[in-house]
Write a protein that binds this ligand. Structure first.
Ligand SMILES: [Zn+2]
Length: 223
């Protein structure tokens, strides 16, 4: 018997909860969603969920990074939206009320069954700003609300404790391809994205599957 993992539990499949419904993922920059929840998003789109990948802004090199984000979204089966529009823009340049307004509008339009975004435990201030703006949208609709693992291109030690795990064994390759689509952030800079495979393997061991992504749950209705 393999003692390195616990046996996987029987559980309700992701498709039963979100199949045919809309899931809204919100990331500060292109590549954040792929790094944190690419495997989950691919699973959801394969389960016929409508997956909206909302990116707040592209901070530099718009054409390249937009093309990369489009390629990654296509790999995962998501619908890409750049909320700050077709121009380079930093999150610091967006006023807080405008950020909250953008996200409110999105939640009202899409009526998502689930919203996923950055957690409060992030070292990147842009990510925390997006978390705070997203947090406020909970007042509008009764969606499940999850926070994902801190995202970074170079490893930084920061504590995050998953409370929910998503089995991404079948979509790990799609996740890695979607990450690699962001060549300007990884391949072109000589950085490798294997850290994210390592993390998924470690999370998988916690729940007895090959690969998993970890989430924190902020609100969820068990009906
Ligand atoms: Zn980011």
């Amino acid at each position: 018997m393999d003692m390195s993992t616990i046996p996987a539990a029987r559980t309700v499949p992701l498709a039963a909860r979100y199949g045919g419904r809309t899931v809204l993922a919100i990331g500060a920059h292109p590549d954040d969603l792929e790094l944190a929840i690419g495997g989950m998003l691919a699973r959801l789109s394969r389960a016929n969920a409508r997956v909206v990948m909302a990116v707040i802004s592209i901070p530099n090199d718009y054409a390249t990074r937009f093309a990369e984000a489009q390629r990654a979204a296509a790999i995962l089966g998501g619908e890409l939206r750049i909320l700050a529009g077709e121009r380079c823009c930093r999150i610091d340049d967006i006023k807080n009320y405008q950020l909250v307004g953008m996200l409110d509008q999105l939640v009202l339009e899409l009526e998502p069954a689930a919203v996923l975004t950055h957690s409060a435990h992030e070292f990147h201030r842009d990510h925390v700003a997006v978390h705070n703006a997203c947090f406020a949208t909970q007042r509008l609709k009764p969606f499940d609300f999850f926070h994902f693992n801190p995202t970074m291109v170079r490893p930084v030690p920061i504590s995050f404790h998953p409370r929910v795990y998503v089995d991404v064994s079948d979509t790990m390759d799609a996740k890695m391809q979607a990450i690699e689509a962001h060549a300007s952030q990884f391949g072109s800079r000589g950085l490798d994205s294997e850290m994210y495979r390592d993390l998924a393997r470690l999370n998988g061991r916690m729940v007895g599957v090959k690969y998993a992504e970890g989430l924190d749950v902020a609100r969820m209705l068990l009906g």
